[in-house]
Design a protein around this ligand. Sequence first.
Ligand SMILES: CC(C)(COP(=O)(O)OP(=O)(O)OC[C@H]1O[C@@H](n2cnc3c(N)ncnc32)[C@H](O)[C@@H]1OP(=O)(O)O)[C@@H](O)C(=O)NCCC(=O)NCCS
Length: 241
Amino acid sequence: MRGLTANALRRAHSEAADPVEREHVTPFLYRRPERFVLANMRNDLPLGREGWTVDTPDDLAFVRRLVDQMGDDDFPWRAAWAAVGPRATADPGEVQLVPAGREHSAFFLACRNDEEAVRHSRTHRPIARTEHARWFSSVIDDPGVRMRVAMLAGEPVGTIRVEVCSGVGEVGVAVAPTFRGRGLGTALLESLLDDVATDPQVVALTASVHTGNTPSMRAFARVGFHQAGADGSFRLLRHDL
Ligand SMILES: CC(C)(COP(=O)(O)OP(=O)(O)OC[C@H]1O[C@@H](n2cnc3c(N)ncnc32)[C@H](O)[C@@H]1OP(=O)(O)O)[C@@H](O)C(=O)NCCC(=O)NCCS
């Protein structure tokens, strides 16, 4: 969810030179956390891919119908949501990414601390509960970090973290141990690409994979990441998304 002041927009308009910052409204602000106050707003509804941006004539017709139905053009989005319900229909067999909340802290740790994940991690050691809690509470409200839980038929099956810095998102992915090896890692990354396609802050994605981590190397390659070095670094540019 984005909320911007008119002053911030005026400054972006007068200063932005990068084509990405001129085409989209927000990257100029997101990329300068030292100048603008950034905050994450999270909601408690699993909105998945729901989006009410007006891009197409159908979107405009939808917004016009909504305003007619509400009988006023000044209403909170929750009232609109209560009136129209979900537009995006989810296939129960499809992985959906939802924004992670504090309640998912233990699930993130469970996907990171099993033997296989530890072996393929950068430090090769499990993370202590207190260290994880500290890290999780710092990233969950960080506007530069996307924390997502992958849901399949209502059950959490994996996690995704994207840390965005100057337009480049570093991806970390994990599937819960009992769900690995069934195509879900690949499906999670595919859903991430859908997610990021509408994220104006992300110009490119990168991943650092342990070269002995065959499932991860293959999953990134399968969804179109290019191997950028023999050390297991992968890269995907936005125009490939
Ligand atoms: C890496 C990870 C996310 C992959 O998810 P997954 O659901 O197991 O992977 P998928 O089932 O989608 O398989 C991906 C590819 O690896 C292959 N693969 C899966 N398990 C494998 C195994 N044990 N050995 C060899 N290849 C394997 C699959 O055949 C597939 O390759 P293909 O598309 O060429 O056929 C998951 O294994 C995981 O969470 N590991 C621990 C955390 C981790 O290492 N994260 C990556 C850090 S960036």
